[in-house]
Design a protein around this ligand. Structure first.
Ligand code: FAD
Length: 482
């Protein structure tokens, strides 16, 4: 141990996947540097994990929030390996490659090849011609922000934006395509336009590069994103539980942080009336919570964080005996465009994606409600929510049955909405942190809502937060994921 250095005191506020991964990484770096340290993770609830929790009940694995992550992020792979969980990884059933959109009263497959796109009934003939015309649409070079809807209409036409982009955005962000910023939510689409002149041009160029290099990496395609959907035996909650278990010595549960201030060149965290000083602080709570906590630190920062909006989401897991369902559900699930007037955003066919998450002879589905269009969803009683599930299953999947079992998970302000101006807001937060070394904000509110992005964020801040103390942490030499 290096006794010349004073003890380094680090606080992590929030014990979701972002906070847990940040704490894990920082502790590894501090241990490697052989310095004396005090590391505390404050979690307001009695259990860590935040949105990433799995309930195990009657043989079902029931996800509160995320049902997996894509295998394309190397840092998630590294975390899994460091936790000794590699042998527990489970990848989605191949049939999960079949994805559907319910529109115009029909469940229709999302085409995976140009030929399938041509014969697909999802878009009308003139809408397909408009999509093909994307090749000739000149790129927009300026850095002005643009909604997903405007980008979609400009490059691929209104039909594509309303039928394909709208449900995709519901599926990932539970968001409104008229409000969300394309460069903030799908930065790769914007860079495809900027670097290659358009989406088709980029896809063709990447195909050529792949052929030349003879690689077989999985790129994002029209039917789904890059990588394979992956989870752990027992569900995604196993990740947060394992993280929490390895850091029992660091975690303080049932501790709600109320404020963060700066006194005598130190950060002061107030929790339950108790004040404690730290050299560095990682804020890993959602931005609306962070906004309140940092009020004593800086009002402008607090205001910027407050401007990041969130959508309420409700997840209903519902199970049936297989024989009560007329058709075999062989796919990932279906999404529903908002213009079709159905309250559900979509439904995941969980027992097809991960067959081990439901007992033999049963079918487990997860219907998602709420989102930016429907903030009142959380006011519904459990029985009203089940009625909605029965109604939407009858319309979209063609069977009317009361579920054998059901479980409801409500997420007030559950998913951050990267609306127009989001990139500027995040830049302001980052600029503030640059002026105050030792402070960082991580998690789904800022640079990406997916688990992969939260883990990348956490791993990336670890070296930055320790640098002011002369610790040159492990450089992250993994390539950035696709
Ligand atoms: C319904 C749903 C489905 C999703 N599906 C997917 C998916 O399939 N794949 C995917 O990659 N991502 C998915 N996501 C996104 C993913 O779950 C989140 O991005 C991720 O869990 C966010 O982690 P986090 O640590 O940033 O925040 P959170 O999980 O929200 O954790 C924040 C933690 O901070 C604690 N906290 C709050 N305030 C305080 C305070 N004052 N003091 C102390 N502690 C506090 C909270 O109790 C919580 O534990 C989904 C999200 C939802 C809601």
């Amino acid at each position: 141990m290096n006794r010349n250095r004073k003890k380094i005191r680090v606080a992590i506020i929030g014990g979701g996947v972002a906070g847990l991964s940040a704490a894990f990484r920082i502790r590894e770096e501090l241990r490697t540097a052989s310095v004396d340290y005090d590391l505390i993770l404050y979690e307001q609830k009695g259990k860590c994990g935040g949105a990433t929790q799995t309930l195990s009940d009657k043989g079902y694995a029931l996800e509160h929030g995320p049902n997996g992550w894509l295998s394309s992020e190397p840092l998630t792979g590294r975390l899994i390996e460091e936790l000794g969980l590699t042998s527990e990884l489970i990848t989605a059933n191949e049939a999960a490659g079949n994805r559907y959109i319910f529109t115009r009263n029909r469940l229709q497959p999302i085409p995976t090849t140009p030929l399938k796109f041509l014969v697909s009934g999802l878009l009308r003939p003139w809408e397909k011609i408009r999509v093909a015309g994307e090749y000739f649409v000149p790129p927009r070079k300026d850095d002005r922000d643009e909604t997903i809807y405007d980008f979609g209409c400009r490059r691929l036409g209104k039909g594509f934006a309303e039928t394909m982009l709208d449900p995709m955005v519901s599926g990932i962000f539970a968001g409104d395509i008229h409000q969300l910023s394309l460069p903030a939510t799908f930065p790769k689409m914007r860079s495809m336009e900027l670097e290659y002149g358009g989406l088709f041009k980029a896809m063709f160029a990447k195909k050529r590069e792949k052929k030349k290099n003879r690689t077989n990496s999985q790129e994002a395609g029209p039917s789904g994103p890059a990588g394979v959907l992956t989870t752990l035996q027992g569900g995604t909650g196993r990740l947060s539980e394992t993280l929490a278990a390895t850091m029992q010595d660091v975690i303080q549960k049932g501790k709600e942080v109320s404020s963060l201030s700066r006194e005598n060149d130190e950060f002061v965290v107030t929790c339950g009336g108790e004040r404690r000083s730290f050299d560095a602080v990682v804020m890993a709570v959602p931005a609306h919570r962070a906004s309140k906590i940092v009020e004593p630190l800086n009002l402008q920062l607090s205001q910027t964080l407050q401007e990041i909006s969130f959508a309420n989401v409700a997840v209903v897991c519902h199970a049936y005996e297989s024989q009560t369902i007329p058709q075999k559900l062989n796919g990932f699930g279906h999404l529903i465009p908002r213009r079709d007037g159905i309250r559900a955003l979509g439904c995941l066919w969980t027992s097809c994606i991960f067959p081990n998450q439901a007992p033999n002879g049963t079918v487990l589905l997860r219907t998602i409600f709420g989102g930016a269009h429907d903030p009142e969803i959380l006011d519904l009683s459990d029985s009203d929510m089940i009625d909605l599930v029965v109604e939407s299953t009858a319309t979209t999947l063609g069977f009317k049955a009361v579920p054998l079992e059901s479980w409801i998970f409500r997420h007030p302000r559950g998913i951050a909405q990267y609306t127009l101006g989001h990139r500027e807001r995040v830049k302001k937060v980052e600029q503030f942190c640059e002026q105050l070394p030792g402070l960082a904000f991580v998690g789904a509110s800022y640079r990406g809502v997916a688990l992969n992005r939260c883990i990348r964020d956490a791993y990336t801040i670890a070296p930055r937060i320790l640098q002011p103390f002369g610790i040159h942490a492990d450089s992250l030499n993994e390539p950035v994921s696709n």
